[in-house]
Design a protein around this ligand. Structure first.
Ligand code: ZN
Length: 346
């Protein structure tokens, strides 16, 4: 994820909840934050009250610290148990991490879109011997150095380590579905580009959108190419989804997974589109001689990156390279088994 302008948005005045505490945004709609051990150090989760309990939206990373914070939430007087269902917006570990644990603890089903459930289950269960070789080939093709490649090999399947086992059965969310939660209708709107089939939830009665990572106020959601789909071009999908969300009212309160709830949806959608346009132009300008994805990445990411961030930066650079290539603005070549190099055509 990278920085973007957030002009034109107004943060909601609600006070930020401490870990394990609830902040109430509207009757029956609660905001909580869980810690993350990354530069991005928190995730926002949501609890929607029902007549006979509540629905959880997103789960937090599978760590002892997050489990303890959940137990504190369950003891909070504002928590209206029991949990009736768990919704996960997408398969990323900070969102689905504790879904298995939460579903087992309360004996309730997990709701996800098909592609998100499949992707999470598939990656979390991948113990095949060709897992690391696929990752290494992908990052070698991108021009990453030996240091990073050995870190990739040593880390193995990092995804599986960050989640509790995803339930082996689920209930499917589809684009356009309506869920009745606490007497209100919440419509599922699917977005693309950040994850394969990211669910967001819109309540017209409250004029609120639980946007997950699809729309964030300050950082631009990561749009990346990953080893399991090395020729993917997710940026067009992401930009297309921005257009779809423009159909929502301009004064919709956005409940994002990181940072704080905000107003200013349309300005933010425009900012995100402009951000990617500017990054595409920067990248194109940098390709005045053939460069690997790793060599081109500083055009988008100027700060020094650790290994965790390098994977995201390479993936995001490839997403922009693949769109430029689809538009015919750059070419891709390689010699023998060397990395791919990209060069602008004019
Ligand atoms: Zn995500």
């Amino acid at each position: 994820m990278s920085a973007g302008t957030n002009s034109g948005i107004d943060y909601h005045p609600a006070e930020m909840p401490a870990a394990g505490e609830l902040a109430t945004l509207a009757e029956g709609v609660h905001w909580l934050r869980m810690p993350l051990p990354f530069a991005l150090d928190h995730i926002n989760l949501w609890i929607l009250d029902e007549d006979d309990g509540c629905t959880l939206v997103d789960c937090g990373l599978a760590t002892a610290e997050t489990r303890e914070a959940w137990e504190a939430v369950f003891r909070d007087p504002a928590f209206k148990g029991p949990v009736q269902r768990v919704i996960s917006t997408h398969f990323h570990p900070d969102h689905v991490g504790l879904a298995g644990w939460l579903c087992a603890r309360w004996g309730v089903p997990l709701y996800m879109t098909h592609a998100e459930w499949l992707t999470g289950r598939m990656i979390s269960l991948d113990t095949s011997p060709d897992f690391a070789p696929r990752q290494i080939e992908f990052y070698r093709d991108a021009g990453c150095g030996a240091d990073f490649l050995s870190a990739v090999e040593a880390r193995g399947n990092a995804y599986a380590a960050r989640i509790s086992p995803i339930p082996n059965a689920f209930r499917r969310l589809r684009d356009g579905d309506t869920l009745r939660i606490g007497g209100r209708a919440w419509q599922v709107i699917v977005g693309h580009g950040h994850a394969p089939e990211h669910a967001t939830l819109y309540c017209a009665a409250l004029d609120m959108l639980i946007s997950g990572d699809q729309i964030l106020p300050r950082i631009s959601p990561n749009v990346g190419v990953w080893a399991n789909e090395p020729e993917a071009e997710p940026l067009s999908d992401f930009l297309g989804s921005l257009e779809r969300f423009k159909a929502l009212p301009a004064d919709t309160l956005i409940l994002p997974s990181h940072d704080r709830p905000f107003h200013g949806l349309h300005a933010r959608l425009d900012n995100l589109a402009a951000h990617h346009d500017a990054r595409l132009a920067d990248l194109l300008a940098a390709l005045d001689r053939p460069k690997t994805a790793m060599e081109a990445a500083p055009a988008l990411f100027r700060r020094k990156l650790d290994h965790h961030q390098t994977g995201f930066a390479v993936g995001e650079t490839l997403a922009h390279l693949h769109l430029l290539r689809a538009r015919g603005q750059i070419t891709r070549t390689r010699d023998a088994e060397g990395p791919y190099r990209y060069l602008r055509t004019a």
